[in-house]
Every structure is written in C-alpha cells, then in structure tokens.
Write a protein that binds this ligand. Sequence first.
Ligand code: ADP
Ligand code: MG
Length: 296
Amino acid sequence: STPVATFCALLRAARMGMLIKGGNVLESLGEIRIAAFDKTGTITRGEFSISAFSVLGDKVELSQLLYWVSSIESKSNHPMAAALVEYSQSKCIQPKPENVTEFRIYHGEGIYGAIDGKEIYIGNERVLARSSCHHQTDDGLSNKGVSTTTGHVICDGDLVGVFSLSDDCRTGAAEAIRQLRSMGIKSVLLTGDSAAAAKHAQEQLGGVLEELHAGLLPEDKVRLVRGLKARAGPTLMVGDGMNDAPALAAADVGVSMGLSGSAAAIETSHAALMSSDVLRVPRAVRLGRRARRTVA
Ligand code: ADP
Ligand code: MG
C-alpha cells in the first residue's frame, strides 16, 4: 500500500479506537484466518461476583477466613481478587494487607500468602496440588452447575474453604465472533480458567466459538497460538492479562484490550483497543483487508 493510503488507514483505525502499531500490522490484519480469544477480561467483563463462599470443617470460622483471604487478595490485581475483597467487605470484614508477611503469585493457579503465622493458598485445582493439600471432602459446589469457577482456600495444608464466582460476557462479544465467522475467520477460546467456566462462556455466547481450551498456563497459550498458526494460517490473538503477553507476541497480530489491560499486554501487542469494545476486532480486520486490496 502507498505510504499515504497506509497512513490514512491507520488514522481511520485510531479514530475508531484502535491503535495499530504500523503498516505491516495493518497488512497482517487483512490476512488473518483464525482468532484466539482470552476469556477473563476479554470475552467476559472481568468483573467477578461471588455466588457462594463456604467454610469446610471446623478448623476456622468464616469471619477469620474472609479476613485472611481478603488481606492476601488485596495484594493481587487479578479480577477475582477484587471480587473476594468486595465480598468480605460486604460481610463487614476489613482486609489488613499489612499483616501479610509473604506473598507469591502462581500464574494460571492462584496465590500464596502468609498471615498471622498461617500459610494460605487461594486458587484453582492446580493450587491444591501445589499446597500438598489432601483434597478429601467434595465441596459439592463444583457439581451444582451454578458455579462458573470454583476457588479453593487451603490453610496449612488443609482445604478450609471453597467459593464459586461468575463473570458475564461483554456485550458485543458474540456479535464480534459472528462477524469474524461471516468473514471466514474461526474463533477459539484460550483460558487459564476451568473447563466449566469455558463452557459457561460458550453457552452465554450462543455457541459461537469453534474450540474451547481451558486450564492453560501462559506457556500453554503460546503453544496453542503456534499450533493455530501451523494448522490454520495467520492467527490473531486478543487478550488483556499479564499472562497473555507471551501469546500476544507469538500471534501474527496480538491485540490487547485497551486501558483495562495489563501494561505488559499493551506493550507486547501489535495493536491495542482504546476501550474494551471487542467489535473493533472485526472492524480492524475489514480495514486491513481493504488496505491490502488498495495495494493490488
Ligand atoms: P485467565 O486466563 O482466565 O485470565 P489466570 O491465569 O489469570 O487466568 O488464572 C487462572 C486461574 O487461576 C483462575 O481462573 C483462578 O482459578 C486462579 N487464580 C488466579 N489468580 C487468582 C487469585 N488472585 N485468587 C484466586 N484465584 C486465582
Ligand atoms: Mg484475561
């Protein structure tokens, strides 16, 4: 494309709220064959709400547990953390992050914190294994079909709490994926969240996704993006989290979810949405296709 035509197309993209980092990215957008979407914060709003929180056994009381959980989660910027802190506050429990003496993040799993001499893990099934917890009691929550994601709280090796949370899909997500499909571009879901949560999102979207891949670590997302490139051709990846950054970089075009996204995602992406409107993705592909046609 001529420099002027490219410049005009980039300007048009910017006007519709998408920052495309150069003419080569615009051209790649026009060649996309398959799109991979992160779930939390990309397809969904990333605003969790707690639908149930239960104490298991008689080792701790609910108020004590909520104080530990909210204090440790105060140190995390995961969307689930905000929901847990808010939930605790709604039960009149104030988090005290200053009492947390140790804190670690396990990407794709959850978090670890030490507080009041207790060692606490919070997260998905993977964290159970890491904490060498003997998961003997079935909480019953994960099988009710009401929960989209189940979280676990392990204190000194014992499973002492379970909670379920849900997160709604963004308006426009289903429409964006339908538009891509009408353009011959299939969409797949890549998530660190559970298979149940992935299925729930698919149901909310009316089954528009071609494939669901759940329980992924950041490196699994990279491996899957590489696999899509080999199998289907030029691949687009849309994500927002710090854990999406490597997969965004591995894609032919990595798109970060604007200002709600992590700094790492915005930096490694080839294009950034200035707001969380996923409908801008098919729009950008159309712009890329038009730019390519201008060349030919
Ligand atoms: P996603 O791809 O869905 O953004 P992440 O890799 O951020 O996933 O997280 C994967 C899973 O790890 C989450 O679905 C959740 O179960 C667990 N997890 C991560 N961070 C936290 C946290 N701060 N508190 C509780 N659970 C967490
Ligand atoms: Mg995310």
